[in-house]
Design a protein around this ligand. Structure first.
Ligand code: SF4
Length: 246
């Protein structure tokens, strides 16, 4: 994989797009492809941010700080299905507790827009003692949200007006990885939108057939779709990008 050149991200996107296409596999092995796709996505993200410019300030994010874990989390279907798998394979008491918290978070936040959600201060159901209990499978959205100033994050969480300095590099790499995955999913005939995490997980945990049905091309999380940008607009962008890298 090429190193990300922020002044020309197309080669990086092209490499990712072909990598995802290769991993989506044939219809016969679709179930196993979810883990493969996301291992590639998460490794690509880490590789994309590890060659940060030397003048990039140190990140303030660290274990035990969950200040930003009140924001709305958008995730693709493979990310949601992988987290659902992790929850279902956890000890029964933990599975029950997480399912209960996810259902509660869904009820409390489903009607809130992104701003209201942040202002509500409603914590992500995966926070326990300020740590993320699904850290190894957390979505790209969480990986791409990196702050340079812990004090600013705490102030923002407390509702005090302030600009939180966020790493543009992490946001860019997250977008490139996620968009390349979405473009490849779309080409493979699978639902490729982004969904509100709690709402979509509530659906996935209630129905064991979700993964199989999604692999058949059905948008099982349609009711949780985040449509800040329409699918039509995104499809046009992906087609334009593919024309550039053909
Ligand atoms: S999934 Fe984990 S990292 Fe993401 S918002 Fe929830 S607790 Fe925070």
């Amino acid at each position: 994989m090429p190193i990300l050149d922020q002044s020309n991200p197309l080669p990086f996107f092209k490499s990712l797009y072909h990598g995802f296409n290769a991993r989506l596999g044939s219809p016969a092995d679709r179930r196993d492809s979810i883990e493969d796709i996301l291992t590639y996505a998460f490794e690509s993200f880490e590789r994309g941010v590890e060659h940060a410019p030397e003048n990039l300030a140190a990140l303030a994010c660290h274990g035990g700080c969950a200040s930003c874990c009140t924001i709305r989390v958008a995730a693709t279907a493979p990310e949601i299905l992988l987290i659902a798998r992790a929850i279902k394979s956890s000890p029964k008491t933990m599975e029950f507790e997480l399912s209960r918290k996810i259902a509660g978070a869904d009820r409390a936040t489903q009607q809130l827009d992104e701003r209201q959600r942040m202002e509500s201060g409603f914590a992500c159901p995966f926070i326990a003692r300020d740590l993320c209990v699904i850290y190894s499978v957390r979505p790209l959205a969480c990986r791409g949200h990196a702050s340079f100033d812990e004090r600013a994050c705490i102030d923002a969480l407390a509702g005090r007006a302030c600009d939180v300095p966020i790493s543009a590099l992490h946001m860019t790499v997250r977008s490139l990885v996620q968009n390349a995955m979405q473009a490849a999913l779309r080409d493979a005939g699978r639902a490729w939108g982004v969904y509100e995490l709690n709402q979509a997980l509530h659906i996935a945990l209630a129905d064991d057939a979700c993964e199989t049905v999604w692999a058949q091309g059905v948008d099982v999380f349609a009711s949780a779709l985040i449509a800040d940008v329409s699918l039509e607009e995104m499809a046009e962008t992906f087609d334009a990008l593919k024309a550039h890298i053909a």
